[in-house]
Design a protein around this ligand. Structure first.
Ligand code: BG6
Ligand code: MG
Length: 225
């Protein structure tokens, strides 16, 4: 099997937005009197906006109508958009631009596979769009990770077989989605949390094309060329 493309999750892998999601959800949870910490927040990573809200509400005691839930999600998103509107290229996580550039120089295609509907705004603020050959995001898919839809969509936009794609993910749900798509998955973050990933690195600054190649060759992939 050859590897031909790398698909990157956005929040927490390419940009430091996972903390903005947490801050905005925390504000909502505090208003609703629901206990919510970084620990519970781990379950929200990679999960769509409405599914995230449902998880938070599980920690409370009250039931809410669909209209109330939509209003809560909108409030959270408005706070989140306030944060990301102030983003600059300084919010790009270390190593991401270098890795993307070197992959493309070596002929490996790059794509984003994110659950977020705010992907276009983040790409605009950080100037990252030119580094991706394709963008699959929450605006183009309907099924949330761990469903593989967003990664399969990215592979099809790149015209690459799913089995030839490598996914970079910081969320448990994202690792599952990559595996459900039949893709090799490199976890970016904590080994304890991402224990289902095929390999785990602390951040993208720990990897380059050569290192990736050797990880993949060890896993039985052939050279891309
Ligand atoms: C994912 C984040 O990338 O996008 C989740 O990890 C978030 O925390 C999801 O809920 C949806 O994002 P948005 O921007 O559409 O609310
Ligand atoms: Mg993420």
């Amino acid at each position: 099997m050859r590897f031909e493309a790398c698909i990157f999750d956005l929040d927490g892998v390419i940009v430091d937005t996972a903390r903005f999601h947490f801050m905005a959800w925390k504000r909502l949870a505090d208003e609703l009197g629901i206990p919510f910490t970084e620990h519970e927040n781990e379950r929200l990573k990679g999960v769509s906006r409405m599914a995230s809200l449902e998880i938070i509400l599980e920690y409370g005691t009250r039931k809410y109508t669909e209209a109330e839930k939509l209003a809560f999600a909108e409030r959270k998103n408005n706070w989140y958009v306030e944060f990301i509107s102030k983003m600059t290229p300084a919010d790009i996580l270390p190593g991401a631009p270098d890795l993307l550039k070197s992959l493309r120089e070596k002929g490996i295609k790059t794509a984003l596979g994110s659950a977020s509907k705010n992907t276009p705004l983040i790409l605009e603020k950080t100037g990252l769009l030119p580094l991706f050959d394709a963008v699959a995001d929450g605006n183009s898919v309907s099924k949330a990770k761990p469903d593989p839809e967003v990664f399969l969509r990215a592979a099809s936009m790149l015209r690459t077989d799913p089995g030839k794609c490598i996914v970079f993910e910081d969320a448990e749900a994202g690792v599952k989605a990559a595996h459900n798509a039949g893709m090799f998955c490199i976890g970016v973050g904590s080994k304890t949390i991402l224990n289902e990933a095929d390999e785990v690195i602390g951040s993208l600054s720990e990897i380059n094309f050569e290192k990736l190649k050797s990880i993949l060759e060890e896993a039985g992939y052939e050279k891309p060329f």
